[in-house]
Design a protein around this ligand. Structure first.
Ligand code: HEM
Ligand code: HEM
Length: 625
């Protein structure tokens, strides 16, 4: 009876608002004023932001270069002076020296700045008083502990993880580059193993699970121990997880190339036994991370660890749900596919990477994060909005209209965590802009953070019905994917690796190569995304106007060529990155064979802890350098 009542209530509600239960009720939207639609204008503004930031970085770098030239110039002047000195006769030099000696032996009376009264310091601002002004100790600057007291096992396991991620980046993007060339020369090969349909998932899965995931976990292993002031719970578990996850990507790649796959579901093309290996690896990693935090030697759980554990937990659930047999067909499969895809990018890559920023950015700048509360707000709003936006991948599909609307509204709601996070990171960077001219760590972070705002805001605009109508099924989507997975995730991972890895190994990479990596990756990505955004929009409009399909293929030709050019720059930048990683890891050879125990309580412990007052909360920030 109760059930019947519920059924009739639903029926009544549906009669009142019939469109709620149906799919697409409206005809094609009017596209005559498409250029002035908010989505298109927003996308143009967002690209302009990226350009402005690039110009900013270039200006700071250029001014650094000019001041270097200026110094060189001054040095030249000094040399000229020395030469002039050599040319002077003895008497001339003697007179100059006498004047100089008189100046040096001049003594101050001691009362030039005030009276003869004794000096007082009631506020205790002077910590060291000396009666010998020439004592070098007074001028001594506080040195930062650049060398990390990191256990050898941890160094090694981090190197394994990041090392394998570098391999998958080079391999995965070689495949991506090959695919990009196929758009320009489709007749390149006729080998089934190298066909577009097989290689595309090889590329996406290799960069997702091989590159980004391995590197994230490697960096996570370092953070989890430091922010817990603890040793890693188990190195054996970390090693097992490494083998399982890398094994899964290797076997999955071979199977995909040979034509054995899971069917349609994007990013879950590996057959289930292969995905299971990855899932077990993730479970082991979660357990290892969890135990390390649970047995931490400090009270607080730093905000990074919320993100890392959250990301791992959701992804395990996600992979399991994505492979449940009852969700493998029908409309249920479509809902789950949307959920799986967006949770994959949002709750795994984005959540975990955000956690890494909360640690590595302040650490690299040697100052605390701007606001801990903003970080917590961003965490919870991300959890709230991200979980319900999956269906924006299926706007205008047979899925219920209301479900699509919820996804669109929540996609707009994502602006809250995104703005909170971006503000927090930019405010942390404020006052440190001069760092841009000193190293490439901050430029990598800055580009990643700007893309976090630009890529996500552009995603929100893309979810609107009007813009989605134009862009869905076109190359615009591919531009968005790379803007986010490459612009945000990859740039941030590079920033973190360059920030911490040299300090673990004690070997800096050559700045010229890091610079080349940065600029080639950035310019390549810019060419990649702008060409596909313009081409994708024109393609969508051509379809709406009812032109023959082949027309859209012809119009895309120059844009695909630009994508291949951009892709080549990106790929070459990855080779440079691989070399830089190799260069940095050479420092590990100098590590003593015998490992030493890690003493978290030692005064000389690996971290320099600082308690800062931030919005009435006392938080523990670990400064690395
Ligand atoms: C040299 C650099 C890269 C090149 C040349 C490249 C090229 C490509 C190509 C040609 C496609 C197929 C597009 C299509 O089906 O129309 C693709 C798809 C994709 N790539 Fe890349 N890629 C690169 C780097 C990366 C990286 C580093 C990531 C992630 C970390 C990534 C993530 C993706 C994703 C998610 C897709 C699916 C796009 C979608 O369906 O919307 N790519 N890539
Ligand atoms: C506010 C945050 C975001 C929103 C609202 C958003 C929205 C969207 C929308 C509307 C689509 C296109 C759906 C379609 O028409 O098929 C899409 C696709 C995609 N997004 Fe996002 N996005 C956001 C952030 C991100 C982030 C942070 C990443 C990566 C870390 C990402 C990765 C992707 C990928 C890979 C696709 C392509 C999926 C496919 O293969 O079809 N997005 N996103």
């Amino acid at each position: 009876m109760k059930l019947l009542k519920k059924y009739f209530t639903w029926l009544f509600l549906m009669a009142l608002v019939p469109h709620v239960a149906s799919a697409q009720p409206t005809p094609n939207p009017d596209i005559s004023n498409w250029m002035t639609s908010p989505g298109i204008i927003g996308a143009i503004v967002l690209i302009a932001i990226v350009l402005v930031i690039a110009i900013f970085i270039l200006t700071v770098k250029a001014s650094g270069y000019f001041s270097h030239l200026q110094k060189k110039n001054e040095l030249g002047k000094n040399n000229d002076f020395s030469e002039r000195l050599l040319e002077m006769d003895k008497e001339e030099i003697e007179t100059i020296l006498q004047k100089r000696q008189a100046a040096l032996s001049y003594q101050l009376s001691g009362s030039e700045l005030g009276s003869d009264l004794a000096a007082e310091d009631p506020r205790g601002m002077i910590t060291q008083v000396t009666h010998e002004p020439n004592n070098p100790l007074v001028d001594e600057k506080k040195k930062s502990p650049v060398k990390y007291d990191t256990p050898v096992q941890l160094k090694k396991i981090i190197t394994w993880y990041i090392g394998s991620s570098v391999f998958w980046l080079v391999f995965g993007t070689l495949v991506g580059q090959y695919l990009g060339m196929k758009f320009v020369w489709p007749e390149m090969d006729t080998i089934s193993w190298l066909s577009f349909g097989r290689l595309r998932p090889v590329h996406t899965n290799a960069v997702f699970w091989g590159w980004a995931s391995m590197s994230m976990i490697g960096l996570g292993l370092f953070v989890i121990t430091r922010t817990s002031n603890n040793t890693l719970y188990s190195y054996t578990l970390a090693r097992w997880a490494w083998w399982l996850m890398n094994g899964s990507v290797a076997i999955g790649t071979l199977l995909l190339m040979s034509g054995i796959n899971n069917g349609g579901g994007e990013y879950r093309e590996y057959i289930w036994p292969v995905a299971l290996l990855f899932a077990i690896g993730m479970i082991l990693t979660f357990y290892n991370f969890y135990q390390t935090v649970a047995t931490r030697k400090i009270e607080e759980i730093y905000v990074t660890n919320w993100y890392l554990l959250g990301g791992l937990g959701w992804t395990i659930i996600l992979v399991i749900i994505g492979y449940l047999p009852m969700y493998q067909d029908g409309l249920g499969e479509t809902v789950i596919q949307g959920y799986y895809m967006h949770q994959g990018v949002g709750m795994w890559f984005m959540t975990f990477t955000l956690g890494l920023i909360y640690y590595y950015l302040p650490a690299a700048l040697n100052k605390p994060i701007y606001s801990y509360s903003l970080g917590v707000l961003a965490f919870w709003t991300q959890m709230l909005f991200y979980t319900l936006i999956g269906t924006h991948h299926f706007v205008f599909s047979p899925l219920p209209w209301w479900l699509q609307t919820v996804a669109i509204v929540f996609s707009a709601g994502m602006l809250i965590p995104v703005v909170a996070g971006t503000t927090n990171f930019l405010m942390t960077m404020r006052g440190s802009w001069s760092e841009i001219s000193k190293s490439y760590v901050l430029p990598f972070f800055l580009v990643g953070v700007i893309f976090y705002f630009v890529g996500s805001a552009q995603g929100s605009l893309q979810a609107f019905r009007f813009t989605n109508f134009i862009w869905h099924f076109t190359d615009f989507n591919v531009a968005h994917s790379h803007m986010t997975m490459y612009g945000i995730i990859s740039f941030i991972l590079w920033a973190c690796i360059y920030a911490v890895y040299p300090k673990i190994t004690g070997k800096e990479p050559r700045q010229i190569f890091v610079g080349m990596h940065f600029w080639m990756a950035f310019i390549g990505l810019f060419a990649y995304m702008v060409s596909l955004m313009i081409g994708g929009s024109l393609k969508g409009l051509s379809w709406i106007e009812g032109e023959p399909f082949i027309q859209s293929v012809i119009l895309m030709q120059p844009f695909w060529l630009w994508r291949a050019i951009g892709g080549t720059l990106m790929f070459v930048s990855h080779l440079l990155f691989a070399y830089n990683f190799y260069d940095m890891s050479r420092g590990l050879e100098e590590i003593p064979k015998k490992s030493y125990p890690f003493d978290a309580n030692s005064q000389d412990s690996d971290i320099n802890r600082l308690r800062v007052k931030n919005e009435n909360e006392t938080i523990l920030i670990h400064l690395l350098c």
